[in-house]
Structures are given as C-alpha cells and as structure tokens.
Design a protein around this ligand. Sequence first.
Ligand code: FES
Length: 574
Amino acid sequence: MTKQKRILRSQAWFGGDDKNGFIHRSWMKNQGHPDHEFDGRPVIGICNTWSDLTPCNGHFRELAESVKRGVYEAGGFPVEFPVMSLGESNLRPTAMLFRNLASMDVEESIRGNPIDAVVLLTGCDKTTPALLMGAASCDLPTIVVSGGPMLNGNCRGKPIGSGTDVWKFSEDLRAGRMSLGDFKQAESCMSRSTGHCMTMGTASTMACMVEALGVTLPGNAAIPAVDARRKVLAHMSGCRIVEMVHEDLKLSRILTRAAFENAVMVNGAIGGSTNAVVHLLAVAGRVGIEFTLDDWDRLGRDVPCLLNLMPSGQYLMEDFYYAGGLPVVIKDLLDKLHGDALTVTGHSLAHNVADAENFNAEVIFPLAAPFKEQGGIAVLRGNLAPRGAIIKPSAATPALLQHRGRAVVFSSIENYKARIDDPELEIDASSIMVLQNCGPKGYPGMAEVGNMGLPKKLLELGVRDMVRISDARMSGTAFGTVVLHVAPEAAMGGPLALVREGDMIELDVAGRHLHLDVSDAELAQRRAQWSAPVPAMRGGYQHMYMAHVMQADQGVDLDFLVGCRGAAIPRESH
Ligand code: FES
C-alpha cells in the first residue's frame, strides 16, 4: 500500500512549535515516549472497556497489548484509553439503561483527543453497540476487535451454555427436578474461561453483526477469548488500522445501507439475538441511514437459520469457530447479500470470505438444507403494537406461533414476581402472559425480563413454553414464544397499558399480527382512566434519559445523539 504523507488530525495537537505543541507533547512524554513518536505518524486510539465488574471483558488489558504491538509494527503510535464499561451480569437496573451514556463517553473521548483512528475493544452485550454508536458519530477510521466467547461450559460431562442453561436450570430448580447443590455446582462449570457468553446470545450476535457490517477483520466473531488466534486478530487489527489512516478509510464508507442489510440477513442465518434489532437501528441512526423495523422483517423473512447453536440449537461458539466461523455463513449467503460491500480490509465482503470452508455441517448447516426454515426476526403489528413488536420464531414453539389466549396481566416485574407462583393465580398453558411497564421509560432501560419464567404449578405439569408479551427485551440467550419490544410502551400510554386480565389476545406470526380483542370504544374508555406510572428513580443521568429516550422501533437512542457530528474540534484547550 502506498503511504502518502498526509498531515494527520493528531498533528493539530502534536505538530506545533508553540506553547500548545510543547504542552501536548511534554505531558505525554512523562510516559516515556521518544520524540519520533510525535513526528506525524498515525496516532491510534485503543478504546478499552476493561473492568473487573464486566467479567466478559476482564482480559482486555492483555488484548490491548496485542493491538499495540500491531500498531507499532505498522509504524503507528498506539494510545489506550478507558471508557465506561457495561457489565450485563452486574449492572442495575439494567446495562441497557447506560448504553447511550457509554456511547457519549466514547464519542467525546474520541473527538476530544489527539487520535487519527480508533480500535474498539468490545465484548459484553452493550459494549459493542455503545462503542460503535459513539465512534459512528465521530467517523474516524475504525476497527472493532471483539473479546471473543468463553470456552464451552461443561457440567458433568455435558456442554452447558451461558444464559440458556441458567433459564433451564432455574425452571428445573423451581419444578423440583434439580437440587440446590447441583444448581450451585453448575455456576462454576458454566463460566470457566475469560470471554463473553458462548451461546448465540447478544454478545456473540453483536460480534457477528460487526463482522457482517464489515468493521472487523474476517473471522472476528467466533475465535474463543483464550485462543492465541484472538491475540493474532488483535495484532493484525493494530497493523490494519494504521493502513486505514493512510487510506483515509472512514467508518461512514463502511457503514452503508448495504452493510446494514447484510447484517440483518446474517442475523437471520445465525439465529441471532432480538437485541440486535434495537442496536442496529441505533447505529444506523448515528450514520444517518434510514433503517426501520420493516427492513428487519423484509430482509430477514426468507433467511433460514443455519446455525445449530444455543439458544435455537445445541452447540456453542467454540464449536462454531472450529466449524469455520462466520465467514462460512457469509459465503453461503452471498447470493442474498451485497457481496460488494466495502470492509475494513479494504476489500469487499465477498473477497474476505472467498476461502471459507465448513468443517462441521452439524454446527453450520448449508443454506440448501438449513437447520430451521425460519431464521429472521418477525415484526408484528396490530392494535396492541401500533409501532411494532418483534418475535424470534427460531427460538419459539412452532405450535404457539398462531395462538389465541386469555391475558394474565402483570403491571410490573415486581407484580409478576409477587403473583407468579400463587396457587390461586388463574392461569393455564393456553393463557398469554402480559408484562407492562418494562420498556425504555417504564423500567427504565427496557430490561431483559420479557422471557418471564412460567408459573411453578404449570412447570410441575410439564408445560415448557407459553406466549408472553411485553415492552421489555429478553436476553439473547433466552428462548420461548416471547413477543418483545411492544411500541409504544405501556409507560407511554401504549395499548399494552390498557390490557386487562381476561382480555383475549391473538398472535399470528405468519400474518405478522398482534391483536387485542377489545373494542375501540372500550379501549378509549380505559385510556381516559389511565395515568402514567411514577418513575422509580429520578435525577442525574436518568433525568436526561427519561426526557430524551426514543421508543424501541427507533433503537432506544437519545434523540439528541442521533446523527454523525464528525471529529472536528473548533478550539484549542489552552
Ligand atoms: Fe457479558 Fe453475557 S453477560 S456477554
């Protein structure tokens, strides 16, 4: 690659012969940087989400060292900086509440500092969209390096998957099929190496999404966190980002509409998390691309699920890597995809996967004979969800995809917990469980509570799935006939708020329909009596969040963060 000498952005800090140049260089030199590192070479930011409280990203300081080695090797100057880290398993009330806050941290940290490009170290669920959203609003050359999944869980000689088996074990414990001792032993067996959830949950899905978008080197999604090849990928990403500066290959040239369309189709083929819907809508909003829920339905409708991975199937991310990883899926889908979409390699998506080979057809099924016919995310509409709701058919019970049932309504997650195991609760397997006030404003943060556990008395009878409807999200590791992201949400006065115990609801996934069988006149009367719930928490960031958060069909971003603001800084700091 020809390297023409351009005056880079970082030289506005490090290139001057005046007081300000002195200040910018001198303080950096206290870390032992020699003069020649300020000579106009590309300065590469390494945006790190390491935290002891984000265990999925706990190995990122080591990963950053691999990126640095690559940057140095290619003639760049690496500078690592921390941003807010979001640990899905620890953060309360839910990590999603802080995705947009973290994205603001990322955006301002990139724009305000002397860097020419950025490598984003992402892993646990929200860290991937948060970093990509922030970087997209700046539009410097950008590469994502995912932290990689944990090794397969293994308990008593059997593979167990993050999240997916937690939901199963929890229901087995409640139904008396599992002892408390075995339940606790499974904790250590599940999370036995560094890395993020190793099912096709949200972290793995988002790692696949960034690879399908073209913002990672090929093969990024599936390499286990502890595999030495993860470090090699980080090293090579460090090398490549320096070249991208010379080529001025900015993020906006890669995050095109074609890239988003590719990602939606790949999400269908991998049986990806429903959370990808809100995250990709939000990222598209940051680069000014018109991208809607209808695109999700239209593009994913004919894409079958090729991966036999939990929660839709039986294998895990480690198996996916050994089978060939995401390049195999992309290669098989090329007839549907925009294969000419540009990626961070400087080549097209099709070029990147030309040599991909499937080493295990039990894990990655061919498009010609897929694992499941229905892979995409279905978008439902009707009087219960005028602005849409979603369901993941590949994780649902086929017999329940068309269902009419009596509503059992929970007004909050606390109300659900207080009543679900009440022996007097009027509920049977044909009922539809409705959860209100768990959306973007109602929870707040649209928590992953949509896959409500079933009543103990039905579990004991052997019931394994029921239709559930809410304005919440669900973990990408979860499964079931679960309708999510109902918009507008209940706390905004959406029709979900008006559902009452005993109402009949019709779900028709094939017809993309969700209907509350109550007359318009009755609904109007209920609306007149409705009042908004009082927020559980006030002040601070949540004050700003509540005033500006958008609904699920718009990606749950804050309205004033939509769009790309570029990386220009009009003023000096001194
Ligand atoms: Fe971090 Fe699942 S808890 S990826």
